[in-house]
Design a protein around this ligand. Structure first.
Ligand SMILES: NC(=O)c1ccc[n+]([C@@H]2O[C@H](COP(=O)([O-])OP(=O)(O)OC[C@H]3O[C@@H](n4cnc5c(N)ncnc54)[C@H](OP(=O)(O)O)[C@@H]3O)[C@@H](O)[C@H]2O)c1
Length: 271
C-alpha cells in the first residue's frame, strides 16, 4: 500500500502546491481545509491527475482543538496510517492594524489558528504515529540503542512557518508572534521525537504568490524590483511543495529539526 500524506490547508495556495508534489511521488493524500468546496475538489482532481492513487478531502476548523483531533482520527481511520503530516493551514490577521492598535480578538484568532491548534493537533498525530509504529512490527523497527536502528524514518511531521518567525512586521504583530511560536513548536517536537524515529522539519517560506498575499501584490512587486528578495522573484506554491517532497522522499532524514528557508534569500544577512 502506498504511503499516506496529510496536508492541512491543502485546498489552495501553498498547501495545494505541497499536495501536488506529494501526488507526483505517488502518495495517497488527505486534503484538509476549513471549508472544502470547489477549491478542495479542484485540488483533489489535480492531485489525482498528478498521480495520487487515492485522494480524500476533509473539513475542520483547526482553531478548535477538538476539531483538529477529530480530523486526525478521521484520517487514521480512513487510511490506517500516516507517513507525512504537513501542518500548513494558517491565516493572516483580518486587518493589518498597527501594533499599537491591534485588538485582543485578532491576537486570539490568529494564535488559536496558527499556533495553539497546530500544537495540540501535532501532539495527537505524534502519539498515533508512535502507536502505529509500535503495533506494526517490532521486527521492522529495532528501537534499541546502537547499530540496529532502522535507517528510514517511521514518520515525518512538517511545520510551515514563515519568514515572519524572524522578521518583524509592525502591521501584523500577532501573525509574527504566532509564527515565531510555531518555529519553537517545530523545534520542541524535533527534540522530543528524535529518538522515536519521527523526523520533524520546519519550512520557512518567504513571500509566496497565493490568496494570502493577493492584497499586497503591487507593494511587493515594487519592493522586489528594488531588490528586497535577492533572487528577485515571488515564491510559488511549487517552490514550497518541492521542499516538502525532498522531506517525504527521506532525503533529509538525518536532519531532524532543520529549518528550510524557501525565501529566495530574503532572510540572508547582508551588508
Ligand atoms: N503566502 C505567503 O506569502 C506565505 C509566506 C510564509 C508563510 N505562509 C504560510 O503558509 C501557509 C499557507 O498559506 P497560503 O498563502 O497558502 O494561504 P491561503 O492561500 O490563504 O490558504 C490557506 C489554507 O488554510 C486553510 N485554513 C485557513 N484557516 C483555517 C482554519 N481555521 N482551519 C482549517 N484550515 C484553515 C484554508 O482553508 P479554507 O480555504 O477552507 O478557509 C486554506 O486551505 C500559512 O500557514 C501561511 O501562514 C504563507
Amino acid at each position: 500500500m502506498s504511503k499516506v500524506a496529510v496536508v492541512t490547508g491543502g485546498s489552495r495556495g501553498i498547501g495545494r502546491g505541497i499536495v501536488l508534489e506529494l501526488a507526483r511521488l505517488g502518495y495517497r493524500i488527505a486534503i484538509h481545509s476549513r471549508t472544502g468546496g470547489v477549491a478542495a475538489e479542484e485540488a483533489a482532481r489535480l492531485a489525482r491527475e498528478a498521480g495520487a492513487p487515492e485522494v480524500v478531502t476533509f473539513e475542520a476548523d483547526l482553531a478548535e482543538i477538538d476539531a483538529g483531533v477529530a480530523l486526525a482520527e478521521a484520517v487514521f481511520l480512513t487510511f490506517g496510517r500516516c507517513d507525512v503530516w504537513v501542518n500548513n493551514a494558517g491565516i493572516a490577521p483580518q486587518v493589518r492594524a498597527d501594533l499599537l492598535e491591534m485588538t485582543p480578538e485578532s491576537w486570539d484568532t490568529v494564535l488559536a489558528t496558527n499556533l495553539r491548534g497546530p500544537f495540540f493537533l501535532s501532539q495527537y498525530v505524534a502519539r498515533r504515529m508512535m502507536e502505529i509504529r509500535d503495533g506494526s512490527s517490532a521486527a521492522q523497527h529495532h528501537h534499541v540503542a546502537g547499530t540496529d536502528r532502522t535507517r528510514s524514518a517511521s514518520g515525518h511531521i512538517v511545520f510551515v512557518t514563515s519568514v515572519s518567525s524572524e522578521l518583524a512586521s509592525v502591521a501584523r504583530g500577532e501573525y509574527c508572534v504566532s509564527k515565531a511560536g510555531l518555529s519553537m513548536v517545530a523545534h520542541l517536537f524535533a527534540a522530543r521525537l528524535a529518538d522515536e524515529g519521527i523526523v520533524v522539519t520546519e519550512i520557512r517560506p518567504g513571500i509566496i504568490a497565493t490568496d494570502m498575499t493577493a492584497g499586497v501584490r503591487e507593494k511587493y512587486d515594487r519592493l522586489m524590483e528594488a531588490g528586497l528578495v535577492p533572487q528577485r522573484r515571488w515564491g510559488t506554491p511549487e517552490d514550497v511543495g518541492r521542499a516538502v517532497a525532498a522531506i517525504a522522499r527521506g532525503d533529509l532524514d538525518f536532519s531532524t529539526g532543520a529549518v528550510i528557508h524557501v525565501d529566495g534569500g530574503l532572510t540572508l544577512g547582508r551588508l
